[in-house]
Design a protein around this ligand. Structure first.
Ligand code: NAI
Ligand code: 15L
Length: 264
């Protein structure tokens, strides 16, 4: 790749991935609504609100691929979700359409299916059951990606990320965790694949307790290597096992199912 665009680069995942992404493209254009610090020699830093269509158009121009991490990443006021996750995604896809349809990896979320129970195993054909407005915004993003693929041939990997962090910190994450190494290898697979299409991929490591089946995306050849099980003893010693009747133990979306609708 000549130039990779990474949105949401100042966030938790963006910062964790910055070193790991360096070998993937000659130039990496990092963007966020907040300051991104100093640029290294192979980096371009662009401050941009995803809700600003002209700004997003310029951001996407000249890029061969987009890792879209930007947006509101938890439950929040609808006005904030509307700007970043709905308008922002529309702006991104329109900019992509205007500039040669660079391949997109869209960071969707397990909160598209958060009201499914933890004793259910899901594949990509399981109906969505979002657990809040944040989850609904990711359902919108997935629908938008499919529409741009069907209408224009725009390729997107829709990655329903579980919990991508250094290590699992709750009992639920023994099922939902994805390691940074596994996310890195997934990004490589997505951008190297000769043919991508518009698959839904569960962004989860090879956890013994995972709930999600990636058979439909097997053609990409992604083989996650980490397994949250190695943290089980540590987590259980720290008292992480919840009451089996509590929402964190019943629903796949865990605590997100209990969030209110936030007032403006
Ligand atoms: P984060 O909240 O730490 O980072 C998101 C970034 O987007 C922030 O730096 C924020 O400033 C930026 N942003 C927010 N509104 C913006 C706007 N209007 N214009 C431009 N930038 C804006 O989230 P995190 O954890 O880094 O996640 C990255 C992506 O992955 C998010 O889209 C999130 O929904 C998704 N995801 C992450 C999971 C995780 O475990 N970290 C799990 C599931 C999905
Ligand atoms: C998400 O979608 C959030 O962005 C992230 O902060 C985590 O809370 C994750 O889901 C999760 O469900 O653990």
């Amino acid at each position: 790749m000549k130039r990779l665009l990474v949105t949401g680069a100042a966030g938790g995942l963006g910062r964790a991935m910055r070193q790991r992404l360096a070998p993937m493209a000659d130039v990496i254009r990092y963007s966020d609504i907040v300051d991104l610090g100093e640029a290294a020699s192979h980096e371009e830093l662009v401050r941009c609100d995803l809700g600003d269509s002209d700004g997003v158009d310029k951001l996407v121009e000249g890029c061969d691929a987009i890792l879209h991490l930007g947006g509101i990443s938890v439950e929040d006021k609808f006005s904030k979700i509307l700007n970043a996750n709905l308008l922002g995604l529309y702006n991104l896809y329109e900019a992509a359409r205007a500039h040669g349809m660079p391949r997109i990896l869209f960071a969707s979320s397990n909160h598209t299916v958060g009201f499914h129970r933890q004793d259910q195993h899901l594949d990509v054909d399981t109906p969505m059951r979002p657990d809040g407005l944040y989850g609904v915004s990711k359902c919108f993003g997935e629908a938008l990606a499919h529409m741009y693929f069907d209408k224009f041939g725009q390729e997107t990997a829709i990655v329903r990320i579980g919990s991508c962090m250094e290590k699992p910190t709750t009992h639920r994450m023994l099922s939902t965790w994805m390691s940074y190494d596994d996310f890195t290898s997934l990004i490589e697979c997505v951008f190297r694949a000769p043919m991508l299409g518009c698959p839904i991929i569960w962004g989860v490591s090879d956890n013994d307790s995972r709930w999600w089946d990636n058979a439909a995306a097997a053609y990409l050849g992604w083989r996650p290597k980490d397994n949250a099980e190695r943290f089980r003893a540590e987590l259980e010693a720290a008292g992480a096992r919840p009451d089996p009747r509590s929402p964190v133990a019943v629903y796949q979306g865990g605590q997100f199912t209990q969030d209110p609708i936030f007032e403006e």
